[in-house]
Design a protein around this ligand. Structure first.
Ligand SMILES: [Zn+2]
Length: 272
């Protein structure tokens, strides 16, 4: 019997579908992780506001913070594996797959994991949108004004100084999400907010409905400054998460007002 040299095709027959299936599984894993991750910002804000006392709040929020980072790490690994499997799939299709695909894949995963492990806390999380969202929501409960960029709030670790120059080239405002809780039409806090699906703006429901109805069939230009998106009633959607944030912000304003009055009374008492 003639011994056949294994060709690329011989390996590929069974391998290609398995690689594709595995890649698909990681796509699902990522979707689940993202869904779980998206709970954390809201939960963080709830806990920060309603914890029995400040110390308990800080410790719960710290644990949620840790959980957020762990999920981000897992999501990163799932993405890494998905990407490597996709490129392996391409190589198989082009007939240029490595001789031992499984071994090559495992080695590549290890190499990338080691690289990720070397990254500093800032590098891993300061620009991750969900982490930024988590910290911003928690900040909104008690913080004054807009949150400073996360790169300023996460202590520097060895390796961070190195990247100072690169960071400057990138988007500097990341982390300093500006809270825009005012309706561009009424200029007061959003009341029963709805958001646009064609631009990034939100409005008080009654005000924007009237505004669009007055404009007629062709729609109305978004009333936010410098935005030219065309709005119709169909380009609006409910914004339950924003609604909770605005309500929380209103409670925060009320608390501050109370504190301010409290301290005025205290001043008055001293003057008497
Ligand atoms: Zn707009």
């Amino acid at each position: 019997m003639r011994h056949e040299t294994p060709t690329a095709c011989a390996i590929d027959a069974g391998l290609a579908p398995r690689v594709r299936q595995l890649g698909g599984e990681y796509t699902q894993v990522r979707a689940h992780l993202d869904a779980a991750l998206n709970f954390f910002p809201d939960v963080g804000a709830e806990v920060e506001e309603f914890a029995p006392d400040a110390a308990a709040g800080t410790s719960y929020v710290a644990r949620l913070d840790q959980g957020t980072r762990q999920l981000i790490d897992l999501a990163h690994e799932a993405e890494l594996r998905q990407t490597l499997l996709e490129s392996l799939q391409r190589e198989i299709a082009e007939g240029v797959a490595p001789e031992d695909p499984a071994q090559t894949y495992r080695a590549a995963v290890e190499r990338h994991r080691a690289e990720y492990a070397q990254k500093t806390t800032r590098q891993k999380y300061a620009r991750h949108p969900t982490y930024v969202d988590f910290r911003s929501r928690v900040w909104e409960v008690r913080g004054e004004g807009a949150m400073p960029p996360l790169v300023d709030m996460i202590p520097a670790e060895p390796g961070d100084e190195h990247n100072a120059d690169d960071d400057d080239d990138e988007d500097i405002v990341v982390g300093g999400t500006l809270q825009q809780f005012r309706c561009p039409l009424t200029a007061t806090l959003l009341d029963d907010p709805v958001e646009s699906t064609v631009c990034a703006h939100a409005y008080s429901r009654a005000a924007i409905t009237e505004y669009i109805q007055q404009a007629g069939r062709r729609g109305a230009e978004c009333p936010a400054a410098a935005c030219h998106a065309v709005l119709t009633l169909r380009t609006l959607r409910d914004a339950p998460s924003l609604k909770r944030r605005v309500e929380r912000y209103a409670r925060q304003l009320a608390r501050r007002e109370e504190e301010r009055r409290g301290s005025q009374w205290a001043d008055a008492a001293v003057l008497d």
